[in-house]
Design a protein around this ligand. Structure first.
Ligand SMILES: Cc1cc2nc3c(=O)[nH]c(=O)nc-3n(C[C@H](O)[C@H](O)[C@H](O)COP(=O)(O)O)c2cc1C
Length: 376
């Protein structure tokens, strides 16, 4: 291996005591391939195993914490004790290959397809639909339902512990329920859960507190708690980079193991909400965090040179699409075969890459999402 890539292979100890063997993380990616009853499938397990040999940490696809939070067809569940064997299968498959396994948990809120949730009833902070053609208008959650969902996040942590995971990632990003509570677009509440920026932070912070309470009570071994957030929203009203920096400030004092920013481009710049729009978001985030908690960065990091450069800003780098296109990304860097790293795919690669049918079809039918090229 070229010594310039050595920084990628330094181990990293998280606050809880979990040690990650290197700096490369598999980003959480939904694969639409679980059984309709919420249990994981063989195809899904094989897909993870194929990608767990090199990276230090695998963050799973998001799993729903309550039945009315199921946001995708073929999503798996972390909503009841019955799911423990299924959850355990996935954790063991990842760990057998040498990576730590972190379960990402979420509630889809207003983004859930009505056909996936009980009674077709989509819920959110307020009765405001997403800004897209045909989006259902959700029902605003009542106070006791909010409390129930917060508890369900805690319960999912207990299930993750019993299923043998090394940790849990609270999915507060990408427009789902936690994000919706933080959003002035989705959250128009006038009670203690909405209104000012402070009140819009209440739900995300309550979820963190509850998950940490449950982990303190149930975990007998070191157990990671991470939090993923989006930097800003495109809509008006919508939270800005400045708003997110305030949330980060609070999260950074919560003794989390990491904060994980959800970006499509690692060095992208803010849209609004801060004075200097030319500085990359990642710099603004790490500046505000000021060493209080490790940050995981992500977004179009294709080459090991880019990954090493990213490590100047953050201690851990996540790869998403790259690991779908190149399951041996880490191994190839380690073996000095970086010129063999694939950064595209062809329509003939499904079997070779061990990708389940529903994910493969999604990739093939979403132009521009993945670099699909013609076979030579
Ligand atoms: C197929 C696919 C599914 C995804 N599902 C999730 C998900 O379940 N949870 C999540 O937080 N992000 C999800 N993402 C976003 C990725 O974690 C990542 O932030 C994004 O792909 C950018 O990183 P990349 O350029 O390395 O792919 C998904 C991305 C892809 C490509």
């Amino acid at each position: 291996m070229d010594s310039k890539f050595q920084p990628l292979f330094e181990p990293f100890a998280l606050r809880s005591g979990v040690e990650v063997k290197n700096r490369v993380v598999m980003a959480p990616m939904t694969n639409f391939s679980s059984n309709p009853d919420g249990t994981v499938t063989d195809a899904e397990v094989e897909y993870y195993q194929r990608r767990s040999g090199g990276v230090g940490l695998v963050i799973t696809a998001c799993a729903y914490v309550t039945p009315n939070g199921k946001g995708f067809h073929g999503e798996f569940g972390a909503d009841s004790d019955e799911m423990i064997p299924s959850l355990r299968r996935l954790a063991s498959a990842i760990q057998e290959k040498g990576a730590k396994a972190v379960l990402q948990v979420f509630h889809g809120g207003r983004s859930c397809p009505p056909e996936l949730v009980p009674g077709g009833e989509v819920v959110s902070a307020s009765a405001v639909p997403e800004e897209k053609e045909g989006a259902p208008t959700p029902r605003a959650l009542q106070e006791e339902e909010i409390t129930h969902i917060i508890r369900a996040f805690g319960e999912s942590a207990r299930l993750a512990i019993l299923a043998g995971y090394d940790g849990i990632e609270i999915h507060g990003a990408n427009g789902y329920l936690i994000h919706q509570f933080f959003s002035p677009h989705a959250n128009r509440r006038e009670d203690s859960w909405g209104g000012s920026l402070e009140k819009r932070m209440k739900f995300p912070l309550a979820v963190v507190d509850e998950v940490q309470r449950v982990v303190a009570e149930h975990a007998k071994e070191p157990f990671v708690v991470g939090y993923r957030f989006s930097p800003e929203e495109p809509e008006t009203p919508g939270f800005t980079m400045g708003d997110t920096l305030e949330l980060i400030d609070k999260l950074a004092d919560k003794n989390l193991d990491y904060l994980h920013v959800s970006l499509m481009e690692f060095w992208s710049q803010p849209r609004r909400g801060v004075e200097d729009l030319t500085r990359p978001r990642i710099e603004l985030i790490t500046e505000r965090v000021a060493g209080r908690v490790p940050v995981i960065g992500v977004g179009s990091i294709h080459t090991p040179d880019e990954a090493v450069k990213a490590l100047q800003d953050v201690p851990l780098v996540a790869l998403g699409r790259e690991l779908i296109m190149e399951p041996d990304w880490v191994e190839k860097v380690q073996a000095g075969r970086t010129d063999e790293i694939k950064t595209t795919l062809t329509k003939h690669d499904q079997e070779r890459l061990v990708v389940p049918d529903p994910l493969w079809n999604a990739i093939m039918h979403a132009p521009g999402w993945f670099p699909v090229v013609d076979a030579n």
